[in-house]
Design a protein around this ligand. Structure first.
Ligand code: LLP
Length: 431
């Protein structure tokens, strides 16, 4: 459920006409609905409320400080995986004691920053990281609260690039090896190893792998307790899927019920790290048709948004629904087309083989479900500047990230000193 809808044949974000924003900021741009973000957070929070958990928004899904602060105002914490994300979460008003720092490759300076910021928990993913964390914590005279991320070896049945809980994935410590790691970690100074963490993948549309993985985690917690460890934190990760096309995603209520059944008896403080579920349906990418051209068996609709703005279609074969901002008059006439960007790569498309109404130069299109893993994954390939992000609330909108310019991009570049030297000493060319 989201707050993007047609009113009198024109697409609105809450009470703001998309066309007005396009006129003000140009295209392409991302637009987020704050009411949708808030609704998703509240629905999830209600579904798991019986567990009294920590809900840490996975900042990687959408790291705009305005998005984070919208959620922080409702009580959300943050799951961060870099110093960049940590800095954003703190700037957006998330209290350090609601921040979980995850990630498979944290450097010494990352750990130092996380500890000095006073984050609630660091999720460690290898023995080498635990050793380093122990040294850094001792050095700072601090105690790090740690959860060890286990890899439960469960197939999440999602796209191969976003499955994380199989033994062959780089994430976590194999559940078969982890018991020994806890034993050794318990002896390390500067650490309080109080938790177990897991995250088996993203865009999960079936509760079965969750049930299996959480069941293994619960049995593992009981084994650790029997070994004498005090384990009172259980971080269940994120991953709940959403509907992009025709997927039937489990409801947050069904997920909450399953979690209570499988791990409720442990009495652990539970944390969740949802990203896509909160932000996915809360954003659109708005793009404008540049040209439409005929091919042999299809049309090509060339738009000003491209794979650098939204890489999901080409990277994961992801489906994003695309709709016209002004509902076309002749809805019954449909054409098969590829909706492509201007980048010099055949992989530059937003949709393939899509049935669309007649489109013409200048028409605005909305790419739906672009609130998660969309703006955050943008690049500046082909020297295309990052596009603006706009947030809507009721009948107001605010530009929450300005459009970059090519000058902004070049600002950090420079010519090597020797070229200046060469230019100075070069003999003037004789004509
Ligand atoms: N926690 C951990 C440790 C994670 O690695 C992730 C996502 C999450 C939580 C949040 O998962 P979510 O609730 O959003 O599914 N770029 C890909 C998705 C990558 C997900 C990476 N990890 C995409 O566009 O589909």
């Amino acid at each position: 459920m989201d707050y993007f809808a047609y009113k009198n044949g024109e697409l609105f974000a809450e009470d703001v006409a998309i066309r007005h924003i396009a006129k003000a900021v140009g295209t392409p741009f991302y637009v987020y609905s704050s009411a949708t973000l808030e609704r998703h957070y509240r629905v999830f929070a209600k579904a798991v409320s019986a567990l009294n958990p920590m809900i840490c928004f996975a900042v990687k899904a959408n790291s705009n400080i305005a998005v984070i602060s919208t959620l922080a105002r409702l009580g959300a914490g943050a799951d961060v995986v870099s110093v960049g994300e940590l800095t954003r979460a703190l700037a957006a008003g998330v209290a350090p004691e609601k921040i979980i720092y995850s990630g498979v490759g944290k450097t010494e300076s990352d750990l130092r920053r996380a500890l000095t910021a006073g984050v609630h928990q660091i999720n460690a993913e290898s023995e080498a990281e635990l050793n380093l964390l122990s040294r850094v914590a001792e050095d700072l005279g601090l105690t790090a609260q740690v959860a060890i991320r286990i890899n439960p070896d469960v197939d999440a049945k999602t796209h191969e690039k976003i499955t994380t809980g199989k033994a062959e994935n780089k994430f976590g410590i194999d559940i078969a090896l982890a018991r020994e790691v806890y034993r050794r970690a318990a002896k390390l100074p500067g650490l309080r190893v109080a938790g177990v963490a897991l995250h088996i993948g993203s865009q999960l549309t079936d509760l079965t792998p969750y049930r299996e993985a959480y069941g293994r985690a619960a049995a593992f917690v009981e084994m650790l307790r029997a070994d004498g460890h005090t384990i009172n934190q259980l971080d269940l990760g994120g991953g709940l899927g959403i509907t992009y096309h025709d997927e039937v995603a489990p409801s947050p209520e069904a997920y909450g019920k399953m979690v209570r059944e499988v791990v409720g008896h442990l009495g652990c403080k539970i944390s969740f790290e949802p990203g896509r579920l909160i932000a996915g349906n809360a954003g659109l990418l708005i793009t404008r048709v540049i040209f439409v051209k005929d091919g042999i068996d299809r049309k090509f609709c060339i738009v000003d948004g491209a794979m650098n703005d939204l890489i999901r279609p080409t990277l994961y074969n992801a489906y994003h629904e695309i709709i016209p901002v002004l509902a076309a008059g002749s809805e019954d006439v449909r054409f098969k087309m590829d909706i492509v960007g201007p980048i010099c790569e055949s992989g530059d498309y937003l949709a393939k083989d899509r049935e669309m109404p007649a489109l013409d130069n200048g028409n605005l299109l909305a790419v739906r479900t672009a609130g998660a893993y969309a703006a955050v994954m943008a690049s500046v390939y082909n020297s295309r500047a990052l596009v603006p992000e706009v947030m809507v609330r009721g009948d107001a909108y605010s530009i929450i990230r300005k459009r970059w310019t090519v000058e902004d991009m070049m600002e950090l570049e420079s010519f090597p000193e020797w070229q200046a030297e060469e230019d100075r000493t070069a003999r003037p060319k004789s004509g």
